[in-house]
Design a protein around this ligand. Sequence first.
Ligand SMILES: [Zn+2]
Ligand SMILES: [Zn+2]
Length: 309
Amino acid sequence: MNLYNIDVVTIVSSLVVSTVMLALVRPFRTNKVGAWVLIFASQLIAIALTNGPIYSGAALYLTVHAAALALALALEVRYPRTRYADEAAGEWLLNGGYLILKRIGGPIVVLMIAAVGLQRAPWGLAARGVPVWAQSIVALVAVDLLRYWLHRWKHHVWWWWPFHRVHHLNENLTAIEHARMHLVEYVIAQAGASSLLLAALGIEPAAVLYGFALPAGVIAGVVSHANLDFPRTRVPWWAYVVATPNVHAVHHDKDGMNHNFGEVLVIWDVLFGTWKSPVEVGRAFDFGVHGMRAADTVLREQLLLTTKA
Ligand SMILES: [Zn+2]
Ligand SMILES: [Zn+2]
C-alpha cells in the first residue's frame, strides 16, 4: 500500500470517518444517514478525480483530513462549546452536499492550472533544487498571507461579500461547517488563487501537500471550525500564531467579522491589527450574519438566495 497513490487506505479511511460520524452524532435520524452517504460519496468522487500524477499525495491528504474530521467530531460530542438542538441536524445534510461540491471543484481547478505548466518554470523553487522542507515553509507562508488579504477583501468588496456570506450563514459552528462555501469563492479564491501562486513559485507536489493542503484542510478547515471551547479563559502564545476554534469563532460571531481573518496562521491578524482575543468577547458566541437567514439548501445558497431574518 503506497500512501502517495490512490489506494485501499483512502477508501477504508473514508468509510471509517463516515461511520464514526454517524455513530457519534445522535439522535440517529434520516438526515444524518443522508449526510453519511454524502460524505462518503465526496471521498469517492475525490478519489476518482485525483487519480493522476499531479495529485501525488491526494490519498494521504484525504486520509488525514478524514481522520481529523472524525477526531474533531468525537471531541465535539465529548466537549462541545455549545450543545446544539436537534434542528441543527439538517445542516449535516447541507454540509455533506457542500463537501461534494468542493471535492468536484477543487481537483478540476488544480488540473486547469497545472495545464498551464507554470510549476515547471526554471525560476521555480523545485527547479532550483530547494529542499522540500524549505519549499513547504514558503508554500505555507505565501499562500496563507495571500488568503488573509483575500479574506479581508471578501468582506469589504461589494461583489465578493454575497459569495463569502454563504460561509458565514452558519448559525451553528462545527467541524463539518468548514465545507459550507460558495463554489465561486472556492474555485477563484481558495483552490484557484492558492494553486496559481504555488504553481508560479514552482513548488513541487510533496511540498504542496505538507505546506499547503494538509495545514489548510486540517487547521483552516477542521480545527478552526470545531465546536470546542478553546482557548476560553487564558490565551496561550500559540493562539496568536495558529487558528484555534475560539479564535476563528470570533470571526464567525455576528459582531466579530472584522477580526481574525487568518486561515491557518493568525499572525497576519496580529501583524495587521485585526487579531481579537476570544476572551474579550465576554459572552456566548452569536454565529451568523445580522439580518440574514440561510436558505438551507445547497442550490438556493449557490443561487445566492438568502432570506431576510
Ligand atoms: Zn469571513
Ligand atoms: Zn470559517
